[in-house]
Design a protein around this ligand. Structure first.
Ligand SMILES: [Zn+2]
Length: 382
């Protein structure tokens, strides 16, 4: 069954490396040391920067004297994220220690049997709250709870995300510090430098910047650089002076799509005739539930229309290849993976536009697939 892996790799795509991943880094942070993060310092500042791909960090450091001086002194390695390289998927894995095959959060919207519908998961808490939902979609953030056992632990998180997960059970046992802006982040991180012993911090803006402007455009790249320079100037040296070890990683990188490479599917698209329900997933990775006895027709049609831009697999085979982690998915979550999965061969994107919605404006920066730019992330230790 090694064929999916070799086919992906010969198409220039990257198969996730679960042993050298951000999920393992988080587990080591919770433990206090390990093969990836090393040991030697008692105070750990674990910073996850959304959409900081390895290529992006490398380019930013090469082009900024300030970044070269501060980040260039650390140890920088290329590690892997999990698949799909999609924020809720990856943070569910980082926070819980479970792989996508084990938690089944593989896109948004996601089919949820209990609701009988596709459900957008951006609006809900990614940590489970017993009293909030009849259906618990997300696993407990075991890795974060383990971090919280350390004396002097703080979770430095954007206030919008804190508000969303306010009712989560885990929030009761964790010391959470919401920050309201990048300047506030700087202030709070510096304050923690003197009082805390373990910090799990998160910054999301870089993802937003790249979705809107793309990392290849001057505006996107410069805004990214400013944010990194602010950290390099105002936070990192301060923490280092206080004896902290700083571990920086990300959830995924981003890619820029050309407008002509963005494909839109609607209820009248030909392949819809073979489907039992609308497709779901991410822009570079789509799941399909093919109607009974329509398999051949779907595969032929998909090949004709999209075969040059997407690889199509039987979902069961993709699961068995280990693409999502363990080559097995619990029966209760199996339906979320559909019957087929399509993976972009490059920067091509696929979106389903429901009858009630319009294409509207969409950013040309995206992620969710298996390209190097999306899958390879930095592990920077300072
Ligand atoms: Zn993200």
């Amino acid at each position: 069954m090694g064929s999916i892996r070799s086919e992906l790799e010969s198409a220039g795509l990257v198969f996730p490396d679960f042993r050298r991943s951000n999920v393992e880094v988080a587990k080591e942070v919770a433990k206090g040391d390990g093969a990836l993060i090393g040991n030697g310092r008692s105070k750990l500042f674990f910073l996850t920067i959304d959409a900081l791909g390895y290529d992006l960090l490398e380019k930013a450091v090469a082009k900024s004297r300030l970044l070269k001086g501060v980040f260039g002194k650390g140890s920088l390695e290329r590690i892997s994220t999990v698949f799909p390289s999609f924020t809720p998927t990856v943070f569910t894995s980082i926070d819980s220690g479970l792989l996508p095959s084990e938690h089944g959060i593989i896109g948004s919207p996601l089919p949820i049997k209990e609701y009988g519908a596709l459900r957008d998961i951006f609006g809900v808490s990614w940590w489970p709250a017993a009293n909030e939902d009849a259906v618990v979609l997300f696993p407990q953030p075991k890795t974060v709870l383990q971090m919280a056992k350390h004396k002097g632990f703080f979770y430095l998180q954007d206030e919008k995300i804190v508000r969303k997960s306010e009712k989560a059970d885990a929030m009761k046992s964790i010391r959470v510090l919401p920050y309201i802006s990048q300047d506030d982040f700087v202030f709070q991180a510096r304050k923690l430098a003197k009082t805390a012993r373990l910090v799990y911090a998160y910054i999301w803006e870089l993802d937003h910047v790249q979705h809107v402007y793309t990392k290849t455009a001057k505006q996107g790249f410069e805004v990214v650089t400013y944010l990194l320079e602010r950290l390099a100037e105002k936070v990192i040296p301060y923490l280092q002076k206080e004896g902290w070890r700083i571990i920086i990683t990300s959830d995924h990188g981003q890619l820029s799509t050309k407008r002509k490479d963005a494909i839109f599917l609607g209820p009248n698209s030909k392949i819809m005739q073979d489907l039992a329900m609308p497709p779901w997933g991410t822009e570079s990775t789509m799941f399909f539930e093919v109607a009974e006895s329509r398999e051949k027709s779907f595969e032929t049609r998909f090949g004709q229309h999209f075969g040059n831009r997407f690889l199509l697999y039987d979902s069961e085979e993709a699961i068995r290849s280990g693409l999502f982690g363990r080559g097995y998915v619990k029966p209760a979550l199996r339906y979320r993976f559909g019957t087929h999965i399509a993976i972009s061969k490059g920067s091509y994107t696929l979106r389903y536009v429901a009858p009630s919605s319009t294409i509207g404006k969409f950013g040309l920066g995206h992620h969710g697939g298996l390209t190097k730019e999306e899958m390879q992330i930095p592990l920077l230790i300072l």
